[in-house]
Write a protein of this length. Structure first.
Ligand code: GCO
Length: 455
């Protein structure tokens, strides 16, 4: 199975998950610093204080990327390094880190893909209401413009937000992520303001000459239990309606406004039932509907639902009170996430059809309980996860999806948010006591995939 010519192969990370150095060179505090230092929020009491120490080891990490023959590296910028309080003049020492990183990548022949927001909101902005407040969207656009002014002479590929669904609903709805608020109305407002920030930033970047802009979403096919192993299964009307509603909240809530300039009805209804929709102003949809060049898709597993009364744990899904979330009949990763590779082809084909834009898999990967044996990590389970998903990505291309690239999550084991360091997603193992990096078997396997441009 061979991928198209010029297919982009790479890996992804995010600032708070790998950088460490949280107090260095004038970096301000982010909501993830506050959250991880609050007892009971993160497994094992882990924090991103040191993480993979990438801030100091980026030179070696780029060399490792080159050894793995990556063509692209997607990383995110820590907003509080650039603007410690989230607004006002930039902190040159913070920006200088990304300047060095970009130069190092280019010297290694690796294309930088910059994500402007991967969840580390400056705490000062959260203290003023965070994403639940409209003002944060305007601050984000200013910050985006400042980063582009510093790196735009060398960086061609830009992503505004990473997974606004997670930032809004896990951050402000279920409270499992920073800032840990549990308020469905705030979550719905946050989702809208994230989108507004995306649109405002995308316009400013475009005006400043950015060549390629994308919005990165977490997306998944929403299936009924029978559809997991049988794509042709026809669900009953109530189950189909439940799946449709969850799809509106997960995927259409973000891509419809960004690509078509419309909101799905279900989202407006959810807002009406949770504090109202007064935060959606006339003209907002036009602002959100800024032209983008491709959609970044983060896929891990399908979402499986059926009709029935929801549970309180589903606070992340306001407007789906009549939906029951189910486990899939499939093997799982160490996260407990079902492994359903053909969910990726179903997703890519559906997004192609509905949004008619080029796509890039900006994250895909899995956590397993890796062990180092004699200096090796024989992570066959990860190789088979990646191989299965790449096979499906290739099938989607053959069936007509305009897929431009694939970025594995993640380059390194890292701080897995509320799960701390106990979940390892890297193709490179990190020993947190010594910071030693050991490429796992999956990394060497992936290098061969890149060499062959296929399987
Ligand atoms: C994600 C995140 C990553 C996670 C990964 C595994 O965008 O969800 O981008 O930060 O670590 O998804 O959960």
């Amino acid at each position: 199975m061979i991928f198209p010519e010029n297919f982009v192969w790479g890996a992804a990370t995010a600032s708070y998950q790998i950088e460490g150095a949280v107090k260095e060179d004038g970096r301000g505090q982010s909501i993830w610093d506050t959250f991880s230092h609050t007892a009971g929020k993160v497994a094992g009491g882990d924090t991103g204080d040191v993480a993979c120490d990438h801030y100091h080891r980026y030179h070696d990490d780029v060399r490792l990327m080159r050894e793995l023959e990556l063509g692209a590296y997607r990383f995110s910028i820590s907003w509080p390094r650039v603007q410690p309080d989230g607004s006002g003049p930039v902190n040159p020492r913070g920006l200088a880190f990304y300047d060095r990183l970009v130069d190092e990548l280019l010297a290694a022949g690796i294309t930088p893909y910059v994500t402007l927001y991967h969840w580390d909101l400056p705490q000062a902005l959260e203290d003023a209401g965070g994403w639940a407040e409209r003002d944060t969207a305007y601050r984000f656009a200013e910050y985006a413009e400042a980063v582009h002014a510093a790196l735009g002479d060398r960086v061609r590929d830009w992503a505004t937000l990473n997974e606004p669904w997670v930032a809004a609903y896990l951050g402000y709805g279920s409270g499992v992520h920073a800032p840990g608020r549990r308020d469905p109305a705030a979550a719905l407002r946050a989702a809208h303001h994230l989108l507004l920030g995306h649109g405002l930033a995308a316009r400013r970047l475009r005006d400043a000459g950015a060549e390629s802009l994308m919005l990165v979403v977490n997306s998944a096919p929403v299936l009924t239990p029978a559809q997991v192993n049988d794509p042709s299964a026809v669900p009953g009307a109530a189950d189909a309606a439940a799946a449709h509603r969850v799809d509106a909240l997960l995927t259409r809530q973000f891509l419809d406004p960004a690509v078509h300039g419309t909101y799905p009805e279900e989202v407006l209804e959810a807002a009406e039932r949770n504090g109202g929709a007064a935060h959606i102003l006339d003209g907002d949809l036009e602002l959100i509907n800024a032209p983008i060049d491709l959609i970044g898709v983060n896929y891990y597993n399908p979402c499986v639902v059926e009709a029935g009364p929801g549970e309180p744990a589903d606070a992340a899904w306001p407007g789906s009170e009549d939906v029951r979330f189910r486990a899939a009949d499939a093997p799982t990763t160490a996260m407990g996430w079902p492994i359903v590779p053909d969910g990726l082809s179903r997703l890519l084909l559906r997004l192609s059809e509905d949004y008619r834009l080029p796509l890039m898999v900006t994250e895909n990967g899995a956590a397993f309980d890796d062990v180092v044996e004699d200096g090796h990590v024989h992570d066959d389970d990860r190789v088979s996860y990646l191989e299965g998903h790449l096979r499906e990505a290739c099938r989607a291309v053959e069936a007509g999806a305009d897929l431009r690239g694939y970025l594995v999550w993640s380059l390194l084991d890292n701080f897995e948010w509320a799960e701390g360091y106990r979940r390892r997603f890297g193709i490179v193992h990190v020993d947190y006591a010594t910071q030693a990096r050991v490429p796992k078997d999956s990394a060497l396997w992936y290098r061969d995939v890149i060499r062959r441009n296929g399987l």
